[in-house]
Design a protein. Structure first.
Length: 52
């Protein structure tokens, strides 16, 4: 999985009207600074961290 594919996965999941869990998203965070904050600025409800 590369950086752009990971970002596309996130953007594609936004089209769903349901919760989406993406595992091993380190590629996305490695390649895009402030990715989560950018999505939040668009009004996206996004959470990060380990699921327990």
């Amino acid at each position: 999985m590369d950086i752009r594919a990971g970002a596309a996965l996130v953007i594609g999941s936004l089209a769903r009207n349901a919760e989406t869990v993406i595992v091993d998203a380190y590629q996305i965070f490695r390649g895009y600074q402030n990715f989560v904050n950018d999505l939040r600025n668009f009004g996206i409800d996004i959470k990060t961290g380990e699921m327990k």
